[in-house]
Design a protein around this ligand. Structure first.
Ligand SMILES: NC(=O)c1ccc[n+]([C@@H]2O[C@H](COP(=O)([O-])OP(=O)(O)OC[C@H]3O[C@@H](n4cnc5c(N)ncnc54)[C@H](OP(=O)(O)O)[C@@H]3O)[C@@H](O)[C@H]2O)c1
Length: 241
């Protein structure tokens, strides 16, 4: 029998996305998990499947419109409904303004921001169907603390993550009344492969845990239809905001 509730999680093969997928699985969701590298994704999905969770892998590059459509089609075929969409895939490339390469600029815009717009568009029919049923559909968009204040040398990344916060606000105004709630997650350093570059200066044990962020999603699932959480920040103790 198909799951009573279903979710799509992008960037689900490691870090924050995998931790969120685990929480959704524990909460009884059937999940389509997407990321680019098939072997890494398969390992993550098999890990959850081995625990008895209902998950499927769809290898896809979210920078590619056709691949986004492939993820949504595979999800519809398997589960036929979409109650939670987690737009989490993202990449960051540091560069001074003079050294910004067009290819890397486009890559960050496409993965971090454009893909989120396209996922909403491709999923809106399914999201509206679920919202008509229970008025408590959730779309989680992973921004960053860099989406709240600009970072030097990570300027393009910061700009895309500010875009995610702005897009989330727009979606709450446009879709909130129908029961589709959007939340931007804005974490500082989280101990994932993405922060390996800085672990010489900031020890991993002093970083936010991926599970800290994922538990916020568990909480959001329990919030009543009368309450929207537009964004949530996660900072390290003593960190300046
Ligand atoms: N770690 C932090 O300190 C931190 C802080 C704030 C915000 N964030 C945000 O959190 C999100 C998750 O990052 P993370 O820290 O968990 O890093 P991570 O462990 O490196 O995970 C990134 C995930 O995204 C996938 N991904 C990357 N590019 C993709 C693409 N084009 N299409 C599909 N999947 C793609 C990766 O798999 P493949 O590479 O195989 O595709 C992986 O599953 C990102 O949006 C990031 O910007 C992270």
């Amino acid at each position: 029998m198909s799951a009573a509730r279903a979710a799509i999680v992008t960037g689900a093969s490691s870090g924050i996305g995998l931790a969120i997928a685990r929480v959704l699985a524990e909460e009884g969701f059937g999940i389509t998990m997407a990321a680019r590298r098939p072997e890494k994704l398969e390992t993550a999905v098999q890990g959850l499947a081995a625990e008895g969770f209902d998950v499927q892998a769809v290898a896809a590059n979210v920078a590619d419109e056709a691949e986004i459509q492939k993820v949504v089609a595979a999800h519809r075929d398997r589960y036929g409904r979409l109650d939670v969409l987690v737009n989490n895939a993202g990449v960051g490339v540091g560069a001074s303004v003079a050294e910004i390469e067009t290819k890397r600029l486009d890559m960050q815009l496409n993965i971090n921001l454009r893909s989120i717009v396209l996922f909403y568009r491709e999923c809106i029919g399914l999201l509206k169907e679920a919202a008509a049923e229970h008025k408590n559909v959730l779309v989680v968009n992973t921004s960053s603390i860099s989406g709240k204040h600009g970072e030097p040398w990570l300027s393009v990344y910061s700009a895309t993550k500010h875009g995610v916060v702005g897009w989330t606000e727009s979606m709450n105004k446009e879709l909130g009344g129908e029961g589709i709630k959007s939340t931007a997650l804005c974490p500082a350093f989280v101990d994932t492969p993405m922060t390996d570059f800085v672990k010489g200066q900031v020890p991993p044990e002093q970083m936010i845990r991926p599970e800290d962020v994922a538990e916020a999603v568990r909480y959001m699932l329990k919030v009543s239809p009368a309450c929207v959480i537009p964004e949530m920040m996660f900072v390290r103790p003593g960190e300046a905001l």
